[in-house]
Ligand binder design. Structure first.
Ligand SMILES: O=C(O)CCC(=O)C(=O)O
Length: 258
């Protein structure tokens, strides 16, 4: 019986872009989502955050004591939007985004998790300097995060800042005694080396799970709604769970070429 030949992989990125990702640990993709889709995603995002506010089903990553004027600082997180919304679940399977992930981690792609990260206007909090894999402890450390913007994002409302080349060396992330749920390795970061990535609404950038990154507070009158998809190759080991992450509703295979 003849074997069916594997489909030719799609090349979404040029060799120069792949090289940039390999050397710098991140890559800006610019605008990737059409305005009509962005409008639907924003509506769904707002609906889910309004529901979460009523039910207390989001996490505020800012310190409970942090205030901006009269208001409590908020860096709001909802994990697994794909379990609350079909629209966000469908976004995980966006062919263009999977083509990019395929160019970076190969043709077999599983969801590690997704998350919405919302900085409300005026009192949006920071996400401190960190490497994602310091939280995740995945082996091999070869996950790629696709950070998508539903609003125009610049330095003043919470753009992504990264340290080029920092993915090549894992940094120790000791827990501080500030009471924050977030790790912060700012003492080990030369932030004069940081590169900020402004993006339009419907834009995206990808970064390696060891790239040091940070987002500043949002004290502007514009909200900053972001959504991140963390892609991994199937067979990734989670040191937290003590197992290879099995395929499940929460960790679906998004693309597979046999
Ligand atoms: O959206 C943010 O502000 C932070 C994002 C982040 O830290 C991440 O994608 O790992």
């Amino acid at each position: 019986m003849s074997q069916r030949s594997a489909e030719a992989p799609t090349k979404a990125l040029s060799q120069a872009q792949v090289d940039q990702y390999r050397v710098q640990g991140y890559l800006s993709l610019g605008k990737v989502l059409e305005d009509e889709l962005v409008a639907s995603l924003r509506e769904e995002y707002d609906r889910i955050f309004a529901e979460a506010r009523m039910g207390g089903t989001f996490r505020n990553l800012s310190s409970p004591r942090a205030q901006v004027g009269e208001k409590a600082e908020e860096m709001l997180q909802i994990m697994q939007m794909c379990e609350r919304s079909l629209l966000f679940r469908r976004l995980l399977f966006h062919e263009g985004l999977l083509d990019v992930a395929e160019d970076l981690i190969g043709p077999n792609i599983q969801l590690f998790h997704d998350q919405a990260l919302y900085k409300p206007a005026q009192h949006g909090g920071a996400v401190f300097w960190h490497q994602d894999n310091a939280y995740w402890k995945c082996v091999p450390a070869n996950l790629v995060s696709c950070w998508l913007t539903l609003d125009e994002v610049d330095v003043s409302n919470g753009a992504m800042h990264l340290i080029p080349g920092s993915h090549l060396r894992p940094v120790d992330h000791p827990r501080s005694d500030t009471g924050s749920v977030l790790l912060d390795v700012k003492e080990q970061v030369d932030d004069s080396q940081a590169v900020a990535i402004p993006l339009p609404a419907g834009g995206a950038m990808v970064h390696h799970c060891q790239t040091l990154h940070y987002t500043p507070p949002n004290h502007t009158d514009r909200q900053r709604r972001a959504f991140v998809i963390h892609f991994m190759p199937p067979g990734t080991w989670s040191a937290h769970r003590g197992e290879y992450i099995p395929v499940s509703f929460s960790n679906p295979v998004l693309r597979m070429r046999l």
